[in-house]
Design a binder for this molecule. Structure first.
Ligand SMILES: NC(=O)c1ccc[n+]([C@@H]2O[C@H](COP(=O)([O-])OP(=O)(O)OC[C@H]3O[C@@H](n4cnc5c(N)ncnc54)[C@H](OP(=O)(O)O)[C@@H]3O)[C@@H](O)[C@H]2O)c1
Length: 174
């Protein structure tokens, strides 16, 4: 089974979202999300795997996320999804199906809270791309404290946008 990376943004309380939406809007962070998840080996596409609630939180005009193979995790076998978007009934099912596809380059787990919690415990998770945003956004979904298995590889400079400060950090599993 292929390894995968997790990509997420958190506030200072490790908050991820509120009311099934992102409580911030940072174009530089969205740019980083595209820069990390889109570029793929020639002739292939990367895959993004997300929970059903995160899929539903994406504005209709942004889904499926373009230039990437979209997979939605859900136990609902009858879940209606557009052509080209796959459902998987478990994280392992998604990883097996994507590993078997010759047209898939890298796999990214893109949320939300339920899926991140399982993903970072998974032995095939070898990288975390984290955006740390200063401030408390009264979130209702949280990320667990990062396990000591993950070592900080690099931190970016601090960015500022809409009076918010944030920083990108890359972690790798030891
Ligand atoms: N800050 C960030 O980086 C970031 C990124 C993404 C999302 N978010 C935020 O996170 C929140 C959504 O997160 P959430 O925790 O509520 O929901 P979620 O993780 O997006 O989705 C949960 C749903 O996914 C399905 N699911 C999860 N794990 C599964 C598994 N192992 N096997 C089969 N199905 C599985 C289930 O769907 P069924 O009920 O259909 O079975 C479950 O109800 C929103 O506020 C969103 O904006 C934040």
């Amino acid at each position: 089974m292929k390894n995968f990376a997790v990509i997420l943004a958190v506030d200072e309380k490790m908050g991820l979202g509120k009311g099934n939406a992102l409580p911030w809007r940072l174009s530089r962070d969205m740019q980083r999300f595209r820069e990390v998840t889109i570029p793929a080996a020639e002739g292939k596409l990367n895959a993004v795997v997300m929970g059903r609630r995160t899929w539903e939180s994406l504005p209709a005009k942004f889904r499926p996320l373009p230039g990437r193979i979209n997979v939605v995790l859900s136990a609902q076998t009858g879940l209606a999804l557009p052509d080209g978007v796959s459902r998987a009934g478990s994280l392992d099912e998604a990883l097996v199906l994507l590993t078997a596809r010759a047209d898939v380059a890298d796999i990214f787990i893109i949320g939300g809270g339920v899926v991140f919690a399982e993903a970072v415990q998974h032995p095939a998770c070898n990288k975390i791309y984290l955006t740390r945003i200063a401030g408390d956004f009264s979130c209702d979904v949280f990320f667990a404290p990062l396990s000591a298995d993950f070592k900080l590889l690099r931190s970016s400079e601090e960015f500022k946008e809409n009076s918010l400060s944030f920083q990108f950090q890359d972690f790798e599993r030891l």
